[in-house]
Design a protein around this ligand. Structure first.
Ligand code: HEC
Length: 137
C-alpha cells in the first residue's frame, strides 16, 4: 500500500467504514488473492505482512500504519506484554477470522500464508526484546 493509495482519504463516517476498509485493504471482498491457490514457503511471511498488515499495524508492528495515521482506529502494538505472551494460534486465528473491528483475511491468506505471517510477527516481536548486551551495565 503506497501512501498515495490512501493518503488523501479522509476518515469515513462509521456507516461507510466497511466500503472504505475494502477499498483500502481489499479485505472482505470476493476477489481471492493468488496466494490462496499457491501457498508459499515461510519466508513469504514478510512480504505478505507488508501487503496486508503494514497499512494498519505499521512496518514494525507498533500499530501506527498509514491508514491509522489517517484516522482509522489504532490496533494494539504487537510489542505489548499481552501480545508477546499470546500463543501463535491466537495470531493465526485473528488473521483468518478477524478480531473486534478488524476484518479477517481468511479469503486472501491460505493457512500456510497465515502461519508465515505469524512467524514474521514473532520475528518482529523478538527484534524488540531488550538484548542481554544492552541490558548489561
Ligand atoms: C485496516 C486496518 C488493519 C489491517 C490491514 C490489519 N489489522 Fe490487525 N487490527 C486492526 C485493528 C483496528 C485491531 C484492533 C481490533 C479491536 O481490538 O477491535 C487489530 C488487531 C489485531 C491483532 C490483535 C488482537 C488482540 O488480541 O488484541 C492482531 C494480532 C492483528 N490485528 C494482526 C493482523 C495481521 C497479522 C494483519 C495482516 C494479515 C492485520 N492485523 C491487518 C486493524 C488492522
Amino acid at each position: 500500500m503506497s501512501a498515495a493509495a490512501c493518503g488523501r482519504t479522509a476518515p469515513p463516517p462509521a456507516r461507510r467504514r466497511r466500503a472504505w476498509w475494502r477499498r483500502a485493504t481489499g479485505a472482505g471482498g470476493r476477489r481471492r488473492h493468488a496466494a490462496a491457490r499457491d501457498p508459499r514457503p515461510a519466508g513469504a511471511g514478510e512480504a505478505q505482512y507488508a501487503i496486508f498488515c503494514t497499512p494498519c499495524h505499521g512496518a514494525a508492528g507498533a500499530g501506527d500504519g498509514m491508514i491509522v495515521r489517517h484516522g482509522f482506529p489504532a490496533p494494539p502494538s504487537y510489542h505489548t506484554a499481552r501480545l508477546r505472551a499470546a500463543p501463535a494460534r491466537h495470531f493465526y486465528d485473528v488473521i483468518g477470522d478477524g478480531y473486534g473491528i478488524m476484518y479477517g483475511y481468511g479469503d486472501r491468506l491460505a493457512p500456510p500464508d497465515r502461519w508465515a505471517v505469524v512467524a514474521y510477527i514473532r520475528a518482529l516481536q523478538l527484534s524488540r526484546l531488550p538484548r542481554a548486551a544492552e541490558a548489561a551495565p
